[in-house]
Ligand binder design. Sequence first.
Ligand SMILES: [Zn+2]
Length: 350
Amino acid sequence: MKNMKKAILLMMITTGQLIFAQSISQILKNEGAFRKDTVLSVKSDSKETHLPVIIMKGKIKDPVFTIVAGIHGYEYPPIIAVQEVIKEIDPQKLKGTLIIVPIANVEGFQKRTPFINPLDNKNLNNAFPGSEAGTPTDQIAHLIAREIISNSTVFLDIHGGDANEDLLPFICYYNRKDTPENTKKAYDLSLRSQIRHIVSYPYNLSPSDPAKYAFKQATQQGITALSIEAGKLGTVQRENVEIIKRAVYNMLEYTGNYKEKKIKIQKRKNTIILDQQDYIKVPESGIFYSHLKSGDRVRKKQLLGYITDEFGNKKQNIFSDSEGTILYKVGTPPVNKGETLFCIGYSEKK
Ligand SMILES: [Zn+2]
């Protein structure tokens, strides 16, 4: 018992040092090129978790390119792509710094939980700006906003379709009009990523509105921010891991952070820009049927699928309100009222 107390005390001291002696800002002040792996500790009531962070710094600190994966722990291609990138990059060859959060929601990842953190059942990508004294998810959001985003020049948050989502790979950013330089840079980086579909979202947050999403938080904090969506349905697809890695290396070359010689940039001529989105919500819970897949083109008023009850009775047909491309859809049978069933992207300029 006594020994255990000692062990706990020692652990607290170790963790304490990680928080107080080694904040991200302080690590970034260290001279020379290095890689530092650290964890930011999260404690709330009896619940404990951590946020793993990798800092790879070249000889000079700036620019700081941040990559976050695993805000949703069941989205595997982003997590695996980042695992490969951290093994491939040599800090000695870096210009500026990479801050990498390899898995932001480690509890969701280890416990195989879609969308949420099982410690508090909250969705981290709905929790920004978070709070210092809140539940674990609130604290993780707060740490990312305070320690990671505020130290970034470019902030990239990588997602994919979750366990039940069929998704077309795309890269996206907020069209924030009062920070035109950031928005232009996000657009240029999107083009450079060589991901075919580029999605821009409207931005109308006031400075005090909760941003909810990580890259919206970064946009609100005045940082150039983007998100990649690649991967689907709770598995690791090699082609989506490659799409993410190629995009990351292309962007790192563009910002001057890193040149990956093995990956050749091929100019993409057929980029598709989708600046409008239609969200079709699930009208009532049940069993969902659809022959359509992410990436399929749909017409206005097209029948997209239908929902039945447990007895097999058809309850609802689902129709499209717009003509466009399915960016993502529910790809498994159960659907719940109010969830997004389809997201259809299209362009204002027809
Ligand atoms: Zn996600």
